[in-house]
Design a protein around this ligand. Structure first.
Ligand code: TXA
Ligand code: MG
Length: 338
């Protein structure tokens, strides 16, 4: 039977209530600084299974485990390279996930059968309070239905999860807007598997040994080594057909004018709006603004019934690489270069 998912506030008694749900094997929508997550006790097989069901997530896609104290790292993972400690000290709490060899306390259901687990210490105060109050690490993938754009407000989570989960903690709009940077280690070398707010350039300030995985900008096929299962799946897709157009704004604008039709929209920078005399949504001017707005805009295109979206290509450096990576996946890697 359909039930209505409760929206909880971020006050202490609501956080306590959410923690009680977690302690009784339930899952809860949790705000983080990146995107909202679907949180459950990472050490509890029954609870973790519910996450996969609520999202419709493929069983072979592992979950990220969230902690609220850097000193808890050793409870969940082992063989931590020195560089990982250095990064944790610099970027935690914050939008960085590190893949490390898992301890037995993390069940195979959480790690999808891998012997590693992604671990992160979020900076959102409500996430920290929920983890602390629950007394355990929380496994949490993004709180969207599998394949849909990640949620950056409690309402986005409600739209996808109403009737599927008991409650969502409303912690406001996510400040970063794209998911955490995911990295793995090869000895002391960092491999970036998913770009995020903590950028390749940020890592290079700390060590020259940084590899950007090919899967960030290219479709991975089954003949290649897939270092992160999430790379295999089409992601972040609105119902519309998204196409990235890599061009200056004048070329972009005349291309769209020539391809106008029913349900065709542009996605452009705020400053370029007046050069684009056709239906458009805008997503800010800086890469940080793009990151904050990208998923909300992809969801809005669904609401207004867009059929085709031509997105003006964002920058590919800094956090721009994360925005470009998400758009690329929404577009099924379709890019027109003019
Ligand atoms: O910002 C975030 O990371 C959000 C918030 C809620 O913390 N969470 C999130 O989780 O984005 P999810 O499940 O939507 O994405 C996790 C990504 C997937 O692409 C998954 O394949 C990869 O991380 N991943 C997780 N564990 C891994 C592992 N052991 N090895 C390789 N990749 C892993
Ligand atoms: Mg996700």
């Amino acid at each position: 039977m359909e039930f209505k998912t409760k929206i909880l506030t971020d006050n202490q008694s609501d956080i306590k209530y959410a923690a009680e749900l977690i302690k009784s094997d339930e899952i809860v929508g949790m705000p983080t600084e990146t995107v909202y997550g679907l949180a459950a006790d990472a050490t509890n097989v029954d609870a973790v299974k519910k996450i996969f069901i609520a999202k419709g997530r493929p069983q072979d896609n592992p979950l990220i485990v969230h902690i609220c104290d850097i000193n808890d790292l050793g409870i969940y993972v082992h063989d931590i390279p020195d560089i990982a400690i250095k990064l944790a000290e610099k970027f935690w709490p914050g939008p960085l996930t590190m893949i490390l060899p898992k301890n037995d306390i993390i069940p195979n259901e959480t790690s999808a059968g891998l012997d590693t687990v992604g671990i992160r210490f979020p900076s959102h105060i409500v996430a920290q309070k929920l983890i602390r109050e629950s007394g355990t690490a929380l496994a949490a993938p993004s709180a969207n239905l599998s394949g849909s754009p990640s949620p950056t407000t409690a309402m986005h989570v409600f739209d996808d999860m109403n009737g599927r989960i008991p409650a969502i903690l409303d912690g406001g709009k996510c400040s970063v807007g794209v998911e955490s940077t995911v990295i793995s280690f090869e000895n002391e070398t960092i491999r970036v598997l998913r770009p995020g707010y903590i950028s390749v350039e940020d890592f290079k300030k700390i060590t020259p040994n940084v590899i950007t995985d090919k899967g960030i900008l290219n479709r991975v096929d089954n003949s290649e080594i897939i270092r992160s299962p999430g790379m295999k799946y089409k992601h972040y897709s609105p119902k519309a057909n998204v196409i990235i157009v890599d061009a200056d704004i004048d070329a972009f604008s005349s291309y769209i004018k020539n391809h106008m039709g029913d349900g065709v929209y542009g996605l452009v920078f705020d400053n370029d709006k007046e050069k684009c005399p056709f239906p458009c949504l805008t997503f800010g001017n800086s890469s940080e603004e793009h990151a904050k707005q990208i998923f909300d805009k992809l969801r809005e295109f669904d609401k207004i019934g867009a059929k085709t979206v031509y997105a003006h290509s964002p920058r590919k450096d800094g956090v721009g690489l994360a925005v470009y990576n998400r758009l690329l996946r929404a577009a099924g890697f379709e890019v027109i270069v003019l």
